[in-house]
Design a protein around this ligand. Structure first.
Ligand code: ADP
Ligand code: MG
Length: 210
């Protein structure tokens, strides 16, 4: 996938993330402070504006870097820093990439994960977006083939990561104060992570309904 197609894919992702605000809000109301959906909506609205313009990304890395910077500048909250860092660190790990394929996506996700570790200090099992991201990274590293072949499984692995957060007790972020009462609820940031990959998958495999 070239940079222009990746731009169009991310425009689709941004539009779908904006539309996901109510469900993300609902889950952050259960275990957080209820602002996660609004934050993601604000960030991805700004991303959608960028990508609906005549902005011409030089390459895939620059595109993803710009998306991360846009999110960081507009979102605020823990997830502004976390998702902004995911895109920015991931983009830096694929510097100069002119194509987004399974290998570059895998490197992007792994680089983004490392950035999130460095920035936020959380680890797998802490009931955060890391639990969806780690599952996606691990799956992507096992796979080869075109994005159309591999994105369904990568997105599904992330969704399973979200499911797994239901059995975790939050040890970081706003949900931490809930302790065992966070059990049974999925983590909203993990859900956002899985949605991003799911919407990339929809675009890449042309299951676009909107
Ligand atoms: P806030 O916690 O400031 O209200 P949001 O509600 O927008 O921010 O985002 C909460 C989400 O951010 C959580 O569901 C979790 O997935 C993610 N998160 C919070 N802290 C961390 C961290 N240190 N590392 C990774 N993800 C985190
Ligand atoms: Mg919140």
């Amino acid at each position: 996938m070239d940079a222009l197609t990746a731009k169009n894919m991310m425009a689709y992702v941004a539009q779908k993330m904006v539309a996901s605000e109510p469900v993300l809000t609902k889950y952050d109301q259960a275990i957080g402070d209820g602002d996660h959906g609004i934050g993601m909506e604000r960030g991805f609205k700004a991303v959608a504006e960028l990508l609906d313009s005549d902005y011409q990304p030089e390459d895939v890395s620059k595109l993803l870097l710009k998306i991360g910077s846009t999110m960081m500048a507009t979102m605020g909250g823990a997830s502004g820093a976390i998702f902004g860092t995911l895109f920015r660190s991931g983009a830096k790990s694929i510097k100069g990439a002119t194509e987004l394929d399974t290998a570059t996506l895998s490197t992007f996700l792994a680089g983004g994960l490392q950035g999130v570790y460095d920035r936020g200090g959380a680890k797998p099992g802490d009931k955060t977006m890391i639990d969806a991201l780690v599952a996606a990274v691990e799956k992507s590293e096992q796979l080869s083939g075109s994005l159309t072949d591999t994105l369904p499984a990568i997105a599904q692995a992330a969704a399973q990561g979200v499911e797994a957060t239901k059995d975790m007790i939050a040890t970081t972020g706003k949900a931490k104060t809930l302790g065992e009462r966070s059990l049974g609820h999925p983590d909203p940031g993990a859900m956002s992570m899985a949605f991003i990959l799911q919407y990339m998958n929809e675009y890449a495999t042309e299951q676009v309904t909107a």
